[in-house]
Design a protein around this ligand. Structure first.
Ligand SMILES: [Cu+2]
Length: 196
């Protein structure tokens, strides 16, 4: 049986090779059993690099321009117009990440940090620990001392562990009411952004 099967495969491959320039033939309907299954479509397939993201492969650095209150969606409690997880930033593991953060919300302070929580955010955070050292803006929980309307702040960190995280605002009630997007650190080098 194996012998027959193997020779059938050889014949099929042979016909495919010979028949490249031709039209339909009997072999075209018989895919060899050894053909690799198509890879499950990875999220990377739909990633693109928006104008607020730059990727320096040689320098292993991703720079993100993130604006809080970019538009009036989610009562301005958004990052670049995204909220409630409807956007996903993907950076490769081992890369340095620079976030140039600006608060365009005219009304209220916001903050930014990479959190391990991916849902069920508490209303308030006590001394939040970012996933990566340095991955949180100053005084992130304080309405009075976090990034004020019109103010900017930069943070940088090394995304040194692959996984699914979130980019959230730590001001009381903000993450719990949707001021968060997904932040994925890829093990396979995938980089970019996708929205849903
Ligand atoms: Cu906020």
């Amino acid at each position: 049986m194996n012998r027959f099967f193997t020779s059938s495969l050889v014949a099929a491959f042979g016909l495919v090779a010979v028949g490249c320039g031709g039209g339909d033939d009997a072999a075209s309907g018989e895919a060899p059993a050894t053909e690799q299954p198509a890879a499950t479509e990875a999220p990377a397939a739909s990633l693109s690099v928006p104008d607020w993201m730059s990727v320096d492969e040689a320098g292993m650095t991703v720079t993100l321009e993130i604006v809080a209150g970019k538009d009036d969606s989610n009562n301005r409690w958004n990052f670049n117009g995204y909220s409630r997880g409807n956007g996903t930033i993907v950076v490769p593991a081992g890369y340095n990440v620079v976030i140039n953060f600006r608060n365009d919300d005219p009304n209220i302070a916001h903050s930014i940090g990479v959190d391990a929580l991916t849902g069920n955010f508490p209303a308030t955070f006590q001394n939040p620990e970012p996933v990566f050292a340095g991955a949180i803006s100053a005084n992130a929980t304080s309405m009075q001392e976090a990034t004020q309307p019109g103010a900017s702040e930069s943070i940088s960190f090394t995304a040194d562990a692959a996984g699914a995280y979130t980019l959230i605002c730590y001001i009381p009630a903000h993450a719990a009411t949707g001021m968060w997007i997904n932040f994925t650190v890829s093990a396979d080098g995938a980089v970019g952004f996708t929205s849903s």
